[in-house]
Design a protein around this ligand. Structure first.
Ligand code: FPP
Length: 264
């Protein structure tokens, strides 16, 4: 009897969730969602666990949220997995974080392939351990023809160094006469960034209550809707993603201009 009640409650909860998703799908969905996945360390500390246990739990959340994003029809999900500043952390933590992509892909790649997900990365891969690079390259190769959700990992990524590298490449092309200085505009500059094949994010989510961008996609976030939430990344669930998308759908994006009804 108890189990029946529990089952009934679970299916009722699922109905409520499905209704909520149907409502959301009736409105424009952010095509590109970027997430600063923060709070793994605090999640572990609250449980007197080592910080790496928080990162392990965070990896499980990545799996859940990838599935949800795919289900919602989000086109690109960019996840800040390791920043150029994260090398300053204790060696055991860096070593663990470096192994996570391999761990994630060794168990999850078949599902990503089946779900038509395309894996991509941005950041300087040269400094990653060879086995991590191999696992990531293998996943990119195996999913290169998929045309569903793009799962883009920012690995050893820093926005300032991305911008500086773009400036160097662009100025070298100007010197060689490949680009005319007068032709440099937003679109031209964007094509020198690591995100050249992606649209700018429509929605940025940062978990754990911190209110900053931490050197993440500074150029690309110029007109992105920002959503900060207190939940720690390992506790982030589909409900939190839905909450952020609902907030996005209530906003009016003007890109510095006015909406039709605001023009007198
Ligand atoms: C910030 O939290 C989080 C990171 C530096 C790492 C994020 C990585 C994951 C969530 C897993 C990535 C998974 C794959 C598949 C690559 P923090 O440690 O700074 O948290 P704190 O601010 O509470 O200390």
């Amino acid at each position: 009897m108890f189990n029946k009640m529990k089952l009934w409650k679970t299916s009722k909860d699922q109905d409520v969730q499905d209704d909520r998703i149907s409502q959301i799908l009736a409105h424009p969905i952010p095509e590109h969602v970027a997430i600063i996945m923060d709070g793994n360390g605090r999640w572990a500390k609250k449980r007197t666990l080592p910080r790496i246990a928080g990162h392990h739990e965070g990896m499980k959340t990545v799996k859940k949220i990838t599935k949800s994003a795919n289900r919602l029809g989000i086109k690109t999900l960019t996840l800040y997995a390791f920043s150029t500043e994260n090398w300053k952390r204790p060696k055991n933590e860096v070593d663990y974080l470096m192994k996570l992509p391999e761990q994630f892909l060794s168990s999850f790649l078949p599902e990503l392939i089946e779900e038509n997900v395309k894996v991509s990365t941005m950041g300087d891969m040269n400094r990653l351990p060879a086995s991590t690079r191999r696992a990531v390259d293998h996943a990119i190769e195996e999913t290169k023809d998929n045309d569903g959700l793009i799962l883009n990992f920012a690995l050893n990524y820093g926005s300032r160094s991305e911008i500086i590298d773009a400036i160097k490449d662009l100025s070298s092309d100007v010197k060689q006469g490949i680009i005319n200085e007068e032709d440099i505009d937003d679109e031209c500059f964007s094509s020198y960034l690591m995100t050249k094949s992606l649209n700018d994010p429509d929605l940025l989510i940062r978990t754990s209550g911190e209110l900053r961008l931490s050197n993440f996609m500074l150029w690309q976030l110029a007109y992105t809707e920002l959503y900060f939430m207190d939940v720690l990344w390992p506790d982030f669930s589909e409900e939190h993603l839905l909450e952020a998308i609902e907030s996005f759908q209530r906003r009016s994006r003007r890109y510095g201009g006015l909406l039709g009804e605001e023009i007198q």
